[in-house]
Design a protein around this ligand. Structure first.
Ligand code: HEC
Length: 193
């Protein structure tokens, strides 16, 4: 053993000892973080459960859906042109406006105003807004959209019949799960044309 090795050997031993006995204050040794799998919101609509979304993603070349998986965004892409995108997004903003109107009406227990804000977003809206996109948007997407419009009609109906703001809030909460479910599953991809 030469002189230099003799000098650094004690230091090396200390470092080695420190590294093997390293532990957290509670005595546990550091573990790599386990990845938690993101769960997709479950709701009654089958278009929305994790298994069926995966199935849709695997099913390429389906007549009603083009699958394009982006490294950064794994939602199913809906290929639309710019006009169709603007159409869908404008409808979406109306839904958000409607929800705001309903909540504002609930603050003052104004059930008439609840119905007034909710009704225009019911099936009547679907006839005017989405039907033009029939055959362009996937069936599962259309089905989920339709069920949201039916919920707005039900909220308007019950505001007139049940007249209970807690009941309306419960309905809103359940319906918003569908908004979340769809947003977690789909994104728009503008085609060049
Ligand atoms: C059937 C599917 C579906 C449902 C149900 C749905 N959305 Fe959307 N929404 C979309 C898609 C697709 C986009 C575009 C997302 C993207 O490209 O990243 C969008 C975008 C939006 C936007 C952004 C609009 C903009 O101008 O950029 C808002 C706000 C929105 N949705 C509100 C709602 C609300 C509120 C509900 C429920 C009442 C709802 N959406 C239900 C599919 C849906």
């Amino acid at each position: 053993m030469n002189n230099r090795t003799a000098t650094i050997l004690p230091f090396l031993t200390i470092i080695l000892l420190l590294s093997t006995t390293y532990s957290f204050a509670d005595g546990s040794t550091p573990q790599p973080q386990k990845e938690t799998k993101q769960k997709i919101v479950n709701n009654s609509n089958s278009a929305n459960d994790e298994a069926s979304i995966k199935k849709q993603l695997q099913k390429k070349n389906t007549p009603d859906a083009t699958t394009y998986i982006n490294k950064y965004d794994q939602r199913q892409a809906l290929p639309l042109n710019k006009a169709q995108q603007a159409h869908v997004l404008a409808e979406m903003r109306s839904l958000l406006d409607g929800i705001q109107g309903i909540i504002a009406a609930l603050v003052s227990d104004d059930m008439e105003a609840v119905a007034k804000n909710s009704r225009p977003l019911g099936m009547g809206m679907k006839q005017n807004a989405e039907n033009t996109l029939h055959g362009i948007l996937p069936k599962a997407f259309m089905k989920l959209g339709k069920s949201v419009h039916m919920d707005f009609d039900k909220i308007a109906d019950d505001a007139g019949r049940v007249k209970d703001s807690k009941h309306t809030l419960r309905q809103l909460s359940e319906m918003i799960k569908k908004c979340q479910g769809c947003h977690k599953s789909y994104r728009i991809e503008v085609k060049n044309q």
